[in-house]
Design a protein around this ligand. Structure first.
Ligand code: NAD
Length: 473
């Protein structure tokens, strides 16, 4: 992480960006402060016996807002986590949910731990103990506070958390909805693992449906053939890079990871690289791309689209001036500091901000939560009905035209939507609608010049309305 001493912290950066939006809106000070304040922060310290000795772990859960319930946000496991970061991430969740019309407040959690240093059974004990603390202190339940995966956590941790809650509250019929991002056989939903990366793809597709926006980023044409540098090939980065390259013809010219960067101007095969990382635990010795040891410098490589998908504070006042991308899509949370954001705006680089760009995860978490509290898989009631109707339609067309319809067309019209189809369709619609709302805000106010400010204005307008409707108490 590049840390520039005189730059604001992550939380201060988010607040400054929000202040910029609030000043454009002319929001009164009282409402502005109520929206910006973090409602509650819990810090826990708990001992777990590891390899015969007690270790004390520190964790946080911040609830930024409760104007909608439950409050929602991931839990990360990282050796660098701190309260400032958790509060910043919780605030981003508030704004993010409002942008994509997910009726949740904002929350976030972290455990100060390097998960790679622990065995599976040890991580299970630590996770269950952390979940126990969160439940006991009122920071985890299906109706008030619902975590999800983030950096360093995944389906496995979510299943342990759900199981811990169930043991503490067996009478809660909705216990499985206390956390999202669970494995499929433990109440998860199809499409959640890929959701954030898929959302990034849908955002980019929508951006390229607006020729004026493409032109404002000094590009022309479609997404196909555009060059892209991506930082982080974890859950979010891998799915975004995979879908963009395999389905939209985007050329991934560089992948930056913690141990360097791989470069190939003709394009890197993401599935091959992903398998190489799984097999070797590193990007080194990957055939078909050259290795640059100083990975972070590759953020400055010339490209059409730059997708930071790893960590916060990667583009700072130290390197912002050397960034050559035309469009930056913030798949990670907070990858650009406030100062760097201002500088990149002046340079004319278009930034699709985190609060919108990576909202695919929380959107599909919302679908999972709905699935859990309604106790039924999406599409279960209508799939066969839709298939029958499709087949009847095909038969009627054959009868009316007197010609035979091809089997492949019949298969298409007679395909009833399954859960994955519905999730992808709901996510696509959500990201498109949000983009159009943000764009409308951007074009309708001459004091707004960038997508980030437009996103925050769109979001804060909705949050302020909900505060004013019910009153602040
Ligand atoms: P992850 O742990 O699965 O992946 C992170 C990746 O970044 C890993 O491959 C890791 O090796 C790499 N990385 C770590 N340090 C790096 C460095 N210094 N340089 C380059 N690469 C580095 O995490 P994730 O879930 O993919 O999350 C990535 C980002 O996306 C985070 O900012 C997270 O908050 C955000 N996000 C995640 C989700 C989600 O659904 N998982 C949703 C919204 C936002």
């Amino acid at each position: 992480m590049i840390v520039t001493i005189d730059e604001p912290t992550f939380r201060e950066s988010v607040d400054l960006m929000v202040d910029r939006a609030m000043s454009v809106m002319g929001l009164d000070d009282g409402t502005a402060t109520a929206i910006k304040s973090c409602n509650a922060v819990l810090q826990v310290k708990f001992p777990v016996k590891i390899r015969g000795k007690f270790e004390v772990f520190t964790g946080w859960r911040a609830t930024h807002s409760t104007h909608r319930l439950p409050s929602k946000g991931g839990i990360r496991y990282a050796p660098y986590a701190d309260q400032d970061e958790v509060e910043a991430l919780a605030a981003l969740m508030t704004y993010k949910c409002a942008i994509v019309d997910v009726p949740f407040g904002g929350s976030k959690g972290a455990l100060l731990i390097d998960p790679s240093q622990y065995e599976r059974d040890e991580l299970e004990m630590i996770t269950r103990r952390f979940a126990h603390e969160l439940v006991r202190k009122g920071f985890l339940s299906p109706s008030t506070n619902v975590p999800a995966p983030d950096v360093g956590t995944g389906q496995r941790e979510m299943a342990w958390i759900a199981d811990t809650y169930k043991h503490l509250h067996p009478e809660d019929i909705n216990y499985i909805a206390c956390v999202t991002g669970k494995p499929l056989h433990h109440g998860g939903i199809h499409g959640r693992v890929e959701a954030t990366g898929r959302g990034v793809q849908y955002v980019l597709r929508e951006f390229f449906r607006h020729p004026d926006d493409v032109k404002s980023a000094n590009m022309l044409g479609t997404l196909t053939g555009k060059t892209c540098v991506i930082q982080g090939l974890g859950n979010v980065g891998y799915h975004a890079a995979k879908f963009l390259s395999e389905e939209d013809g985007v050329i991934i010219t560089a992948v930056i990871e913690r141990d360097g960067a791989l470069i190939n101007d003709k394009g890197i095969n993401i599935e091959d690289l992903y398998n190489h990382i799984i097999d070797h635990g590193s990007i080194t010795n990957f055939p078909g791309a050259s290795l640059e040891v100083n990975g972070i410098a590759v953020l400055e490589k010339e490209c059409d689209i730059l997708i930071p998908a790893a960590l916060e504070r990667q583009i700072t006042l130290e390197n912002a001036d050397r960034i050559q991308a035309k469009l930056i899509v913030e798949a990670a949370n907070g990858p650009i500091t406030y100062g760097a954001d201002e500088l990149l705006n002046k340079k004319g680089i278009i930034i699709i901000p985190d609060a919108f760009a990576n909202a695919g995860g929380v959107t599909v978490s919302y679908f999972e939560w709905i699935r859990n509290i309604s106790h039924i898989r999406l599409g279960r009631m209508q799939k066969r009905h839709d298939e029958t109707q499709g087949l009847q339609m095909a038969a009627m067309l054959e009868e009316l035209t007197g010609s035979k319809i091809s089997d492949s067309f019949k298969k298409t019209v007679a395909h009833g939507a399954d859960e994955l189809d519905l999730v992808r369709s709901g996510l696509d619609d959500t990201m498109r609608t949000a983009y159009q709302q943000i764009r409308e805000t951007l074009l309708s106010n001459e004091n707004i010049h960038d997508f980030r400010t437009a996103s925050y204005v769109t979001s804060i307008t909705k949050i302020a309305r909900s505060y004013l409707d019910v009153g602040i108490y």
